[in-house]
Design a protein around this ligand. Sequence first.
Ligand SMILES: CC(C)(COP(=O)(O)OP(=O)(O)OC[C@H]1O[C@@H](n2cnc3c(N)ncnc32)[C@H](O)[C@@H]1OP(=O)(O)O)[C@@H](O)C(=O)NCCC(=O)NCCS
Length: 325
Amino acid sequence: MFTVVPLPQVSPDDAAAWHAVVAASLAGDLPEEPRPTFEQVHAQLTVIGRDNRRLLWQATGTDGSVIGVAGLRLFTSPGQRHLAELELHVRPDRRRSGVGSHLLATAVEAAQAERRRSLITAVAGGGPGDAFCAVRGFRQVLALDHLLLDVARADDAAADAQHPGYELACWTGTVPDGLAEAFAAAKNSMNDMPTGEMDYGSQAWTADRVRAMAEVLADRGDVLLTTAALRTGEMAGYTEIVIRAGETRRALQYDTVVVPAHRGHGLGLWVKAEMVRRLRAEHPAIVEIETDNAQDNAHMLAVNRQLGFRPHRSTHEYQLDLPTT
Ligand SMILES: CC(C)(COP(=O)(O)OP(=O)(O)OC[C@H]1O[C@@H](n2cnc3c(N)ncnc32)[C@H](O)[C@@H]1OP(=O)(O)O)[C@@H](O)C(=O)NCCC(=O)NCCS
């Protein structure tokens, strides 16, 4: 027996209970993976996004303990107002008794009330989420390979390559004002990233929006590092790394982009190799970088393999098409 209730405000106790469920769920399905810290989960639940808002629910057992959680991210920017993203976890000892299905039905009802046409979710490849999504009407729309790079052993030789006419720029946190417009223009090139059959929509970046996104990361206590290749005022490409609040060893790869007109010259490898050197110098405690690539993103996978990234695990992205009225 259990009850599902919305969580309109998140107290520290709510965040602790949420964290406990997610940590137990991940420990069961991905035992090798580092668990998110309490501060990361607390920030995820409480820091207000600039291009999305969240609806949260928890399922409690008869003893009042939280046994399952569901979060629905409702995108608010113009190209993505059709989209909602689901995070759903049930404590391993309380699975297969309908908790996940009840939380999903609650989230689906809310997504429909918000006039969303597509509900997406990511599950560990080969885990229980695959079977659950299959019986609940989702279809798999994308497969992602997660890769890990051992920073100490990474091949960073490409950082020394000559790229006449191009120069490197590095910053931490918000983009410098003089580069903000060029950075937004380069970010718009992420819209051709392979997203399989996912109804992901598109994001229109402006200088204000890139600043706002950097603020969200700073509000969460995360560190954002960017290394870019510039050519006569234009940004030809860039790569971003995030070190989440409280993280002691692993950094996460965010965007890597080379603008179409500048592709084919090794600039992606250049900025990423330079980023490896930067991480070693500025964040020596970080020993590995995790990235995820669509399995059909051959160019990005080739760059990553050259740096020394190794396959680690996979994620399956699922989509549920919601009837619109
Ligand atoms: C996926 C998850 C949310 C399912 O929660 P749950 O409470 O066990 O789900 P339910 O009891 O409602 O299961 C509904 C049906 O899904 C299928 N299913 C769920 N887990 C399954 C498994 N491990 N193997 C095979 N089928 C499974 C079954 O058909 C099940 O019905 P049944 O138990 O009557 O056979 C839970 O396993 C979990 O937290 N996994 C880790 C995170 C994740 O993958 N989230 C999914 C995001 S959508």
